[in-house]
Design a protein around this ligand. Sequence first.
Ligand SMILES: [Zn+2]
Length: 292
Amino acid sequence: MSEPLHSLGDPREYAGGVSVRVLRAGWFRPDAGGFFGVVPKPMWSRLVETDDRGRLTCRLNLLLVEVGGKRILVETGTGVRMTDKDRDIKGVEGGDPAEALRSVGEDPERIDFVVVSHLHYDHAGGMLGADGRPAFPNARYVIQRDEAEAAHGDELRLQGVMEVEQLDAVRAAGQLAEVNGEVELVDGVRVIRTGGHTRGSQAILLGAERARGRAGDPNDRAIFWGDLIPTRWQIPVRWTSAYDDYPIDAIEVRNELVARAASEGWWCYFTHDPGALPIRIEATDKGYRATE
Ligand SMILES: [Zn+2]
């Protein structure tokens, strides 16, 4: 790859003075069959190529959000605690969120909130640093209560899949902010529980709620989808991944939110998309598609 491992995009401003930058924190390469789940290869292979191990080349996209003097990091990447074997299988390069921040001149100690969309390794793996302590010492980590409970549940499918140890360490450090449902963290930044991908997955809405403005004006709003829609290739709402724990819920909530995103012109940030972000979604006769 000729692109740098880490980079920080230009800021974009949304309603209420919410500034958002994309922090690229490395690469990972999910198995394409798992990633596209029920979608036949002849359909998805028109959109994207695989490597010689059948994997997709995806990004670990984090967001750095600033509003009213507060700094919010969205997602923590894979972190530094994976085994070499796991990193090889999943094609992880980089993935350390604190390192990514420092390499673009930002200080991990100045993060006030860390929003983790869900507790899978590629989103929650960087909650702790190599020393086993929270990687963001002055932050509150925002996680849905349902997600924390699911991680501690006894469902066989979830055993070894959720970052339980990291969750517990963050809780023990007194830095866990469990939320339930839709919560405004600061003016213009709210998390919403979506479920679907995991029981307590959350998305992030950016920009104060106001009358919708024209394209590119400071009344714009944006959404970070988490793994509900990991890349622009998965905008068709029924394209359910094998990693969606609750596919029927995922389809329903995607359908509802994508309709709003298209009709209200929300800008979209995708957590694993390797292309330029944000983009918007438009409704066509053949369903929804990416635009811009
Ligand atoms: Zn993911």
